[in-house]
Design a protein around this ligand. Sequence first.
Ligand SMILES: *[C@@H]1O[C@H](CO)[C@@H](O)[C@H](O)[C@H]1NC(C)=O
Length: 329
Amino acid sequence: MSTTTGHVIQTPSAPASLQSNDIFSAFIAGGIAACGAVTVTHPFETVKIRLQLQGELQSKQVAPRLYKGVLHGVSVIFKNEGPGGLFRGIGAAYIYQMILNGCRLGFYEPVRKGITTAVFKDANVQSLGVNIFAGASSGIIGAAAGSPFFLVKTRLQSFSPFLPVGTQHGYKNAVDGMSKIWQSEGLKGLYRGVGPAMIRTGFGSSVQLPTYFFAKRRLVKHVGMKEGPALHLTSSACSGFVVCCVMHPPDTVMSRMYNQTGNLYSGLFDCLFKTIRTEGVLAIYKGFFAHLARILPHTILTLSLAEQTNKLVRRFEARVLPSAVKEKI
Ligand SMILES: *[C@@H]1O[C@H](CO)[C@@H](O)[C@H](O)[C@H]1NC(C)=O
């Protein structure tokens, strides 16, 4: 969501001469869009992490409630720590987005082509299932590659001189955090929590496009909406909601694994079971609304943008490409 979430809408493959240029401009455009969305929604991400960590492994009766919800969280952080408090870890968030975005663009087409060729004996066949699989696996690769940045980001965001939750590492910035982890724990420390991070992104990436297309079809059929920005906005909002529902439990596990320094949980399922046992089932949805406030704008922006760039690509092809090439596409 970008998110962190997979947002490759299938564009017909262009001839080789166009492709590298296309990928480069897609990388830049996608990167700018993702970082723009991250900037706007980062305060909610900060609140989300503090909500997910607050009261960890404590029963509801004794758990502190320093942050009471999305709006309370934003206002309390703003009051105590200023805008800088809400934007802790934004540098690491940008780097993570660029890595994720780069991996999606770089791995999507090779993975799609490889599987399509193996299954259909023809790389040009477009299969929704294969495309979704390629989107999800390239997202998972990106999540694994970018995990150290997400780890440092999480720790920077949970740091607060006023209402602290989680381990207070006191890193100065992303680079300082990463070098401190590298010195004390090595590679293993940097890749702490990479499992839930991959699962979280895999869940989100594989659900996003199918729900988007599903919502779109239903809205056209039952509500009578026409192709256009309003339809894109509504369908992407539906998709964002579902993405948040499936992504949030592994996201909570991830935040908690990122917080620990190695003694609380032995792994993903251990964290999940301990959390449910001590805090109740709903604990895995702590911070859900903060997450939603982050994912909705992100999904709406990236999916609507993808529709627009797709339209541009199609218009460009209709005008420039000779019909002989078009028939093959
Ligand atoms: C964060 O991690 C530390 C160290 O592993 C642990 O003691 C603590 O309970 C965790 N959670 C919070 C909310 O501090």
